[in-house]
Design a protein around this ligand. Structure first.
Ligand code: ADP
Ligand code: ASP
Ligand code: MG
Length: 451
């Protein structure tokens, strides 16, 4: 059976992390493919670069080369390092050309995702060389070479799982069968014209799942900087604990509604083939981590984990007797998806439809609605709100669960702006002002999850 190991930005971002990565890879007998993120900070600097008027300086490219060689220098011999440096220089020259092209306004949309994903093209070379110099027969592959096919809008691609699986039979599978450990770039695939299309920030987790699907892997390991999927973001709740076992559905809800440890769509491809997903800590490999699979165990605590999706806005559309006009409701929801956004919560009354969308797209959604010519009386936007996602086993059948949760929100004086309940069997979602969101999470954690 094949195992896929995905290593995130901090897990490939320093000498210490890379030493651990090598020992994790060498310590596992399974045939495997790795999926890697850019070194931490690199994607941000590439995206930052595209916002600069004057493009990139030589110092920027020198720094990139330095970053990818200095972290591995103490672990590699001179020859192997020289070989890596030569490969990195060629790839950095490619980035230079891409950045030059980006200066032409007509090429901007096309080049944006290509440049954003350059960090993965560099880190995959670095990691394959490092493993090779330590005796692991490994091979770096870009998403282009592996054949990860993506569809959708720039910055928000979705993998075509069947097309990718077909390509992998020719590209990746024979290499693994020949005993190689293949190191594949995370974060992006290629559209029908071969152009890079990223899966959104944090997208390498999703790439890991896509690769696991396409290789019929038994296990996908997500190697990160915490001890697994936790009961809350440990930066918000220092007492948060690792959850040993989770159901696919629970993990998917929490990831979609803000638990940054997994990209929102990581679970989808893995669940389709019942692939075990493990979340593990590169900096503490012996720690058990979290296993995500079909697991319908009922614990005695009300909640299992709480996540926050921040930077949302509530758009409210007024139209008399909107409920009797299904065509209008459909049209209004279509404006959200046409805008390339997701509606994180939807709620209706007799004459209003409210939905929570990312703040960045609220204004343009309102404009679309106002100019749609439909029978809309008024559209309002409430900014600076966050959605709390509280997940518990079989929450829908626990009498009084919502009352208990909302009571605690009131205790920290958080006004509930919108509720989305009953749609999911395991999650209770509601919207509060952003400045109260962390207080609500801490309160729910201390009351229903515990220290
Ligand atoms: P990587 O670079 O490995 O992909 P990320 O920074 O994307 O790592 O995700 C890991 C981070 O996610 C953790 O450091 C933690 O701060 C944050 N996080 C948010 N919610 C959770 C949660 N429920 N469990 C674990 N970590 C979480
Ligand atoms: N490097 C990309 C990012 O920073 C993808 C990832 O790390 O998952 O968003
Ligand atoms: Mg991540």
């Amino acid at each position: 059976m094949i195992k896929v190991m995905k290593f995130g930005g901090t897990s490939v971002g320093s000498e210490r992390a890379l030493r651990n990565l090598v020992s994790v890879v060498k310590g596992d007998e399974a045939r495997k493919a790795l999926v890697v993120s850019a070194m931490s900070g690199v994607t941000n600097s590439l995206i930052g670069l595209m916002k600069e008027e004057q493009g990139a300086s030589d110092a920027f490219f020198d720094e990139l080369l330095w970053k990818h060689t200095s972290a591995v220098r103490p672990m590699m011999g001179e020859d192997a390092l020289g070989d890596l440096e030569a490969k990195l220089k060629v790839r950095i020259a490619g980035l230079r050309q891409a950045v030059d092209r980006y200066q032409e306004p007509s090429a901007r949309v096309i080049m944006h995702d290509a440049i954003s994903s350059w960090g993965e093209r560099l880190s995959s070379l670095m990691i394959a060389s490092l493993l090779k110099s330590d005796g692991v027969d490994s091979l770096a592959m870009t998403s282009e070479e592996a054949g990860i096919v993506a569809i959708g809008a720039p910055g928000n691609g979705t993998a075509d799982l069947e097309a990718t699986s077909r390509n992998f039979k020719r590209s990746v599978v024979p290499q693994i069968e020949a005993g190689k450990t293949v190191v594949i770039t995370g974060y992006y695939g290629c559209d029908s014209e071969g152009r890079p299309l990223t899966f959104g920030r944090g997208g390498s987790d999703y790439s890991g799942s896509v690769v696991a699907y396409s290789l019929n892997a038994s296990t996908l390991e997500i190697w990160t900087d915490v001890n697994g999927f936790m009961t809350a973001d440990p930066r918000v709740v220092p007492a948060a604990r690792t959850i040993r076992e989770m159901d696919y559905g629970e993990a998917a809800e929490l990831a979609f509604f803000g638990a940054k440890v997994l990209h929102p769509r990581t679970i989808e491809p893995a669940r389709k083939k019942r692939i075990l997903v493990k979340v593990k800590n590169t900096f503490d490999p012996a720690a058990e981590g979290t296993s995500i699979r079909d697991s319908k165990k009922n614990g005695d605590r009300l909640l299992k984990s709480v996540a926050v999706k921040s930077d949302l806005a509530v758009v409210k559309v007024y139209s008399s007797e909107i409920v009797y006009n299904p065509g209008l409701v459909m049209h209004l929801l279509a404006t959200v998806s046409e805008n390339g956004s997701a509606a994180y919560a939807i709620s209706t009354s007799l004459s209003t439809l409210a939905f929570a969308v990312p703040s960045s797209s609220a204004r343009s959604i309102c404009e679309r609605i106002r100019h749609s010519g439909e029978e809309v009386e008024k559209v309002t936007v409430k900014e600076n709100v966050s959605l709390i996602c509280a997940v518990g086993d079989d929450l829908i059948n626990r009498t009084g669960a919502s009352a208990m949760v909302f009571h605690e929100a009131a205790e920290v004086e958080a006004n509930i702006e919108m509720i989305s309940e009953g749609a999911s069997d395991v999650a209770l979602n509601f919207v509060v002002p952003s400045d109260k969101a962390n207080d609500v999470v801490r309160r729910l954690h201390s009351k229903f999850i515990g220290a």
